[in-house]
Design a protein around this ligand. Sequence first.
Ligand SMILES: Nc1ncnc2c1ncn2[C@@H]1O[C@H](COP(=O)(O)OP(=O)(O)OP(=O)(O)O)[C@@H](O)[C@H]1O
Ligand SMILES: [Mg+2]
Length: 260
Amino acid sequence: MIKLTNVSMVRDSKQILSDINWRVEQGQHWVLMGLNGSGKSSLLNIISGQQWPTTGNVEVLGERFGKTKIPDLRKRIGWVGSVLNAKINQFDTTDRIILSGIFNSIGIYQDYGQEELDRVDKVMKQLNISHLKGRKYLTCSQGQQQLVLIARSLISNPELLILDEPCNGLDIFATEQILDQVAHLINQKNAPTVLYVTHQASEITPMFDHTLLLKDGLIFDQGETNRVLTTENLTKFYGHSVKVDKYGNRYLVYLDRSNG
Ligand SMILES: Nc1ncnc2c1ncn2[C@@H]1O[C@H](COP(=O)(O)OP(=O)(O)OP(=O)(O)O)[C@@H](O)[C@H]1O
Ligand SMILES: [Mg+2]
């Protein structure tokens, strides 16, 4: 699904990503973790064709960058992140925002008919937000807005779904609702591969079988979540003594203050 080879990115003479080698196979779902500014969003922006790497090879969904039409590729990728949120016209209605996902545009500039409107209804129903139809985006709560953006990203049946901190600012119930929706989605046939960024270990449900840890633009570790998320590994990763526990099948990560 994704093959990055020796990818680096420099902007304003700042090294943002260095020597990234990462493969995502079909059927895997990955969590990306790392401190603020570690390069997670930049990495995902490269994968979704929104930013160019300075060096290295990028292959996404079988297409090699430099040899493929990026706008066509982008239609196969669903993406939710703060940059998108900032671009949305707050006065647009939820259903029009979701419809715009079909055209991969902000706003609607193309013709559409009943078939497209039916697809909007279907995805709103799937995410339990049919009651928000016709509502202006700015009147929706933050959690509802996130669900609208997720619906927008799903309407084109993407093969790759990038969720960059989708549960930021959401209460525990709204967070669980989004995680349930993602779990439901990836259990369907032709499910997309999901890349999910979070700062909250509690959001790492068993569906995320792989984890990538980014530190200062470098991959600190990558692999099966069970192996990566350990007390020893995360203590090295954060450079602070942290403890990793599990409660049921959920992770808990907290600062170890047992030494004061
Ligand atoms: N166009 C740019 N010019 C200069 N610096 C940039 C540019 N884009 C990103 N950066 C810097 O690259 C670093 C990585 O940013 P990025 O947004 O990828 O981090 P992140 O891991 O997603 O962080 P967060 O958890 O805060 O979302 C940051 O220091 C950021 O300021
Ligand atoms: Mg980010």
